[in-house]
Design a binder for this molecule. Structure first.
Ligand SMILES: *[C@@H]1O[C@H](CO)[C@@H](O)[C@H](O)[C@H]1NC(C)=O
Ligand SMILES: *[C@@H]1O[C@H](CO)[C@@H](O)[C@H](O)[C@H]1NC(C)=O
Ligand SMILES: [Zn+2]
Length: 444
């Protein structure tokens, strides 16, 4: 009896479990089918590992192409360098003779160290309070998907652009963009777009106003090298390589302080002065036990990361380097590694005008206001983006990523974005894309 009761109970329990399991699995399936939302689409893009040194461009391009097809955008894949595809999406305007609007985002990201993260950087993990963790969540996979979501929503409302709208998804920005956007702007495909205005990535704002960037700084790598008389470590004599280098390091340090003083006094932002930071020093005679302590070396070298402002005169800075930082009179030589253009094709600084004389600026500003948002004072970006390649063609570009009340986490551990911020950004782009594409007064 006891046995039979138990067995009866067990079989009841078993069928209940089976029933519940079936019920659960069918609701899970239904749930998963439902889960094709702006957030899951963003997470799925974040899960594609496009970090250097081996970005998976193939998967990223095929994912974005599928999104474009679902939305009904034209697409073409350009390849200026093998293995480095560039996806170009187009939404033709009703008046294709007008200059178009280009929305740009890079496919790649910097590497991440998974063991330093709370959630794996390519899991696209969403926390219970709606934070989405991933490398690229802020820089800059968010804007690529927000452009597409905004276009999807505008199409859903039967909006038709007057100007054509293009989205470029480009490789290699994080390693300089030379095989990506730099090639693109020189192509006939780019010329055919007849771009009148472009948006590219900006940066998160910890405050309540969006940030917007009208220029980038320009990176130079500077190596200075000194030679001099080698000698016994016990001897004091003039003009050793180390002495020559150290004199230069002092002079560079004084220049650095004079620029930094302006920032510390609150008279300029970091991005409005020329920065120079030592990044390596290389000298000494070595043996298998380390440095030889009683030999003064015949060569010494130092490297600096320099960032020029858009109005820095590069020739003037070159003269200063030659005359003061690495003079031949002190047995010094130097090498400047220039990383991209500093002036546009007409020799003007690479800056987009942010006043009433630029009608695109007025439309941009108005569209932000219409979305119920505020902008802080336009800034120079301290670092560098692909925008410089478009500005070089004389085309106005604003750097903008609609993230406010958000910590700045690009290239950092635990890069993440709050989903409410992400979703609000889609609305902001709906306002921007509809305004910029229907504005007809400026021809350029
Ligand atoms: C430059 O190097 C040469 C050769 O080592 C040395 O004789 C001379 O004193 C050096 N001059 C200076 C200014 O360092
Ligand atoms: C707008 O800014 C540009 C560049 O800074 C300047 O040359 C121009 O005079 C300004 N125009 C107006 C109307 O403020
Ligand atoms: Zn970026």
């Amino acid at each position: 009896m006891a046995i039979s009761t138990t067995s009866h109970f067990n079989s009841f329990n078993f069928s209940l479990t089976l029933f519940l399991t079936l019920l659960l699995s069918s609701t899970t399936q239904a749930h998963q089918q439902e889960l094709n939302t702006p957030i899951t689409r963003f997470q799925n893009y974040l899960r594609i590992n496009t970090a250097h040194p081996t970005p998976d461009y193939t998967s990223a391009v095929s994912y974005l192409k599928a999104q474009a097809q679902a939305i009904g955008l034209h697409h073409q894949t350009l390849q200026f360098v093998p293995g480095k595809p560039l996806l170009l999406l187009s939404w033709p305007g009703s008046d294709p003779s007008l200059p178009s609007v280009l929305l740009n985002s890079h496919l790649d990201s910097v590497p991440a160290e998974p063991d330093k993260w709370l959630h794996h950087p390519f899991s696209g993990h969403r926390t219970a309070d709606g934070k989405i963790f991933a490398r690229g969540a802020q820089d800059d996979k968010c804007i690529a998907m927000q452009y597409l979501e905004a276009i999807r929503n505008l199409k859903g409302r039967e909006f038709t652009p007057t100007r054509s709208v293009h989205v470029s998804l480009v490789p290699d920005e994080e390693i300089g963009g030379f095989d990506g956007h730099a090639r693109f702007v020189e192509s006939k495909e780019f010329d055919e777009l007849n771009v009148g205005f472009a948006l590219d990535e900006g940066q998160a704002s910890p405050g309540d106003e969006f940030r917007v960037f009208y220029a980038d700084r320009f990176p130079w790598g500077l190596k200075i090298k000194a030679t001099g008389q080698p000698g016994h470590g016990a001897r004091m004599y003039d003009n050793s390589a180390m002495e020559n280098l150290m004199k230069s390091v002092e002079i560079v340090s004084r220049f650095r302080e004079s620029e930094f003083d302006v920032v510390e006094a609150g008279k300029a932002a970091n991005s409005e002065v020329v920065s120079v930071n030592p990044v390596y020093v290389k000298a000494g005679v070595t043996s298998e036990n380390g440095f030889v302590m009683n030999v003064q070396p015949s060569e010494a070298e130092a490297g600096f990361d320099l960032r020029l402002t858009p109005t820095t005169d590069p020739d003037e800075l070159r003269r200063r380097i030659a005359a003061e930082w690495a003079p031949t009179a002190r047995n010094m030589s130097y090498e400047i590694i220039e990383k991209g253009p500093i002036r546009d094709l007409l020799g003007r600084p690479l800056m987009t005008v942010t006043n009433d004389s630029n009608p695109w600026w007025l439309v941009f500003k108005q569209a932000i206001t219409s979305a119920g948002e505020k902008l802080s004072k336009p800034e120079i970006l301290a670092s560098t983006t692909d925008a410089r390649f478009i500005r070089r063609k004389g085309i106005p570009v604003l750097g903008f990523s609609p993230m406010k009340n958000t910590p700045i986490l690009l290239h950092d551990h635990n890069e993440h974005l709050q989903e409410t911020v992400y979703l609000k950004g889609i609305e902001v782009y709906e306002s921007l894309i509809s305004s910029l594409s229907s504005f007809t007064k400026a021809s350029h």
